[in-house]
Design a binder for this molecule. Structure first.
Ligand code: FAD
Length: 504
């Protein structure tokens, strides 16, 4: 904190991932009060205000790097607490719309664990920072101030209804159900636009006991994706091995093909998607939970940055935009946005006039990128509602389709795919000459025909050994599915165009 300026106070509404990261960033400039409607647990425990934590939450490397920069050492803290850092695509068996991806050496990574564990580690770090305090079991009911300046919040605490908490800056991180637009309207701020694209996606998740030895051997994530090019409801099935030797299995389906909460229908659904492998792996496993179902997963974006916002306010995380969870973008977008806010605050300070509006603007590019990636696919599913694709989207989708086809056989394109998917590099990366060159030659000749599980992984899971999996010659092959281990750390053939330093 700058000792020469008067003491400043910031309020963060919401003590989940975005709110905690916002608090860490603001603590360099002010004392911070994080207000949450829930009691915040000491360790990894479920809570009412975070119902989505029952479902698979993958943190991509783009987000993990951003959080690591805000909270140095957090990756070690996560892994010490039981999270698994997985190399991508080495530790991933995935069938994209275009086919199975070979498990070549690390291009990017993710952090796999339950959302409760992920948050608990961040919470322990942030609440331990000097100047950060929490106001728990306290629900914010509105903003205090005028259309020109927000000066605090009104909050119902266990001791007092409608208490005023004053602040130089208020950050709304109250998530998908945020009422910030209504609160701002009450101050006289109008014209805050909202957009929505909804494929009707429903998520269903159940945790199973992993087979003996699976955790120790580093069993991969297994995932079968849908194909938005085919005009049928998109259905997916995924197993994410998480802490404590558990498999978190998630099914999803768009309008007309949604999974239900019926436990007896869980494995049959998993077997009915574009490949039955997830259902086969779950067969006979002991369920540890009921089936949790979540509806209402629409992409929704509020254009705060385009409105005449009052000074002393900005919004971040799901409060600004929610994305179809299948793309795993939400936490990464929040973290990258807050890293950009940190840079801004370090340059200009919290007292700078209009700092809230500027913060809102520096958050917007990350949101826009994720929004384009998610909505351009989701709108293609039958019954999807929302804005129609912009002119030229078809052409772009054609190019991306070709790139993803090439990613099934050409390691350079596998790298390009994961660089963008994990939000480590901007999508414009795909238009670099080195990538375009490979896309022009993209082919699925030699692509894998079956899930690339090794013989050892199949044995641990109790599956029969796999037959040969390749279609022909010319592959950059892994030998996966034929009993050979994945190829391990290969060099990035896209080469100098993609230095690690450019990763966000
Ligand atoms: C089914 C599903 C699966 C997902 N999977 C992934 C994934 O794999 N990867 C990924 O990156 N993202 C995923 N997401 C998105 C991710 O959950 C969100 O992007 C992330 O939680 C956003 O964090 P947040 O802090 O903005 O909001 P939230 O995590 O929703 O937290 C909001 C907080 O605000 C509090 N709150 C709300 N209202 C008030 C109030 N009035 N006063 C005080 N406190 C309040 C709540 O108690 C809560 O703690 C998924 C989402 C869903 C729905």
């Amino acid at each position: 904190m700058n000792q020469s300026s008067p003491p400043r106070h910031a309020v963060v509404i919401g003590g989940s991932l975005a709110g905690l990261l916002a608090a860490a960033v603001l603590a360099e400039h002010a004392t911070v009060t994080v207000i949450d409607a829930d009691p915040l647990p000491e360790g990894p425990a479920p809570r009412r205000g975070l119902p989505q934590a029952r479902h698979t939450h993958l943190l991509w490397s783009g987000g993990a790097r951003a959080i690591e920069r805000i909270l140095p050492g957090i990756t070690d803290d996560w892994t010490k607490a039981g999270a698994i850092r997985r190399s991508l695509p080495t530790d991933l068996v995935t069938k994209t719309a275009q086919g199975w991806i070979p498990r070549c050496g690390e291009k990017q990574f993710n952090i796999s664990c339950s959302r409760d564990l992920l948050d608990s580690v961040v919470r322990a770090r942030v609440t331990g920072l000097a100047g950060v305090t929490t106001l728990q079991q306290s629900r914010v009911r509105g903003l205090e101030g005028t259309a020109a300046r927000v000066t605090g919040v009104r909050v119902d605490t266990p001791e007092e209804q409608d208490r005023l908490v004053t602040a130089d800056l208020v950050v709304d991180a109250s998530g998908r159900g945020s009422r910030a637009r209504t609160w701002l309207q009450a101050l006289g701020v109008s014209g805050i636009r909202q957009a929505e694209v909804d494929s009707g996606l429903v998520y269903a998740t159940r945790i199973f006991e992993a087979p003996a030895g699976a955790h120790e051997m580093g069993f991969p994530i297994v995932n079968v994706q849908s194909d938005p090019r085919v005009p049928v409801p998109g259905q997916t099935a995924t197993i994410v091995p998480i802490e404590n030797g558990q498999w978190q299995a998630t099914l999803s389906g768009t309008r007309g093909g949604q999974p239900a909460g019926d436990p007896d229908a869980f494995i049959p659904f998993a077997k009915s998607v574009r490949d039955p492998i997830v259902g086969e792996l779950l067969e006979g496993r002991k369920p540890l939970t009921d089936v949790a179902v979540t509806q209402g997963t629409a992409n929704r974006r509020i254009y705060f940055e385009k409105a005449e916002l009052p000074d002393g306010f900005f919004a971040v995380g799901d409060s600004v935009a929610t994305f179809n969870p299948l793309y795993g973008q939400g936490m990464t977008v929040a973290a990258q946005g807050l890293l950009a806010v940190r840079t801004l605050l370090r340059a200009k300070g919290l007292a700078h006039p209009g700092i809230g509006r500027e913060a809102q603007r520096v958050i917007a590019p990350q949101v826009a990128t994720a929004w384009e990636l998610a909505t351009s696919q989701d709108i293609l599913y039958p019954g999807a509602t929302g804005m129609k694709p912009r002119a030229g989207t078809g052409l772009l989708n054609g190019y991306v389709n070709r790139l993803m086809t090439g990613a099934t056989t050409d390691e350079a394109l596998t790298a390009a795919l994961f660089n963008v998917l994990t939000m480590s590099i901007e999508p414009t990366h795909w238009l670099r000459p080195s990538v375009v060159w490979h896309v022009a030659r993209a082919s699925d000749r030699g692509a894998l025909k079956a899930p690339p599980l090794t013989a050892a992984e199949r044995a641990v899971a109790g599956l029969d050994p796999a037959p040969g999996t390749r279609t022909g010659a010319g592959s950059t092959g892994t030998g996966a599915g034929t009993g050979a281990a994945p190829t391990g750390a290969a060099s990035d053939p896209v080469g100098p165009a993609d230095p690690v330093g450019q990763a966000r």
